[in-house]
Design a protein around this ligand. Sequence first.
Ligand code: EPU
Length: 421
Amino acid sequence: MQEIIRIRGRRPLNGSVTISGSKNATVALIPAAVLANGPVTIVGVPEIADVDNLSEILHILNVDVIQRANDHLIIDPTNMKNVSLDDSVVTKLRASYYFMGALLGKYGYVRMKMPGGCYLGPRPIDLHIKGFEALGATVEYDRGCYTIKADHLRGAKIFLDIASVGATINIMMAAVYADGRTTIENAAREPEIIDVATLLNKMGANVRGAGTNVITIDGVKDLSGCFHEIIPDRIEAGTFVIMAAACAEEMKIMNVIPKHIEGLTSKLQEMGADMDIGIDSITVRKTDLLYKPIDVTTKPYPGFATDLQQPLTALLTQANGVSQVTDTIYKERFKHCLELQRMGANIELTSGSAFIKGPTQLYGDKVTATDLRCGACLVIAGLIADGTTEIHDVYHIDRGYDRIDDKLRAIGAHISRTMID
Ligand code: EPU
């Protein structure tokens, strides 16, 4: 048995949609909470499978997790036990690797399985490991399990060869209790990193410079519980903005920090989309003119986000001419194009780039969400397409989008879920 999503396309969307808390911040904030020595309340937690899996890891660690309201999570690590994380749940998502930094930082020891997550081509964690080693840890890898230990973590200067989001956050967490000052140079600058630093500082840590490419962490002796509200999900926001540009009469996307998705909105403006950008909302209106084709190259923040290139590709099938999408972060992140081709898209693939020739009518078909953002791309394609689209492997979508079908149904989409054999 598996769940599929069915979409009957070409229904105009109308109304407003509220964006949930950021998935990629949440999946780091939850492991970061175990660094505290008291309860941490996190508000704005999205209803996604990654949160369920992280909660399961917390249970394995004997951390109390209390869900107050739908989006309120209280994480109390007071009775935590640093047991080996060799359960298969660790491999269900990539962000389980944040327990490496958090447990190493708190106990000087962590043993856990290799993390999983979407296949987007090779996703090494060498920079995380080098960071831990620079802080004084030894790292062993044996039969799918990492053992990372340190008698004493000492602050160090760490230069990241690539501005990696995961390595920046993991090193920040490992360094909060270390002796002295840690400096991360060429740090990633994504908004989720600022959110994690904000939580750590509310707990009593001394992290400076998050959001710039140099972050300093001065080690402290104790961290306590606190209250934290998660930033809105910029990728979910971007996905709905693209959806609106593709098939809305008028749609207001609320609870957005527009600055976080300027890389996208500037490109949509170049295409000719009709948008009103407010303080915390974006309204998109239907335009009668055909969209212009564009060239997009993904870059680390504040550049165009790799996580949005897949959803955007669905819209580009409707632009008038040839658009080019180049992914410099994940050169193999193009499986969605094969699914779009199945629906009638005219896309040529070369190494690291897709050339999308539009406008082409898309037709509903049986397609597979090969990864999370491929799933979002196919939902958009399904909304555009003539006929019914059947999306398989929707568990990928549920890992990162908070009730996407409910949100879409509320604004007029014909979308449903069914169990099939
Ligand atoms: N990289 C290395 N070595 C490392 C770490 C990264 O070579 O040790 C490379 C990666 O292979 C990639 C680049 O550096 O080419 C950037 O990777 P990064 O570490 O920044 O990515 P990540 O932390 O694994 C996060 C998001 C991804 C998002 C990327 C890039 C989370 C949980 N995941 O991954 O989100 O695509 O940053 O912005 O925060 C998604 O939400 O769909 C998703 C995949």
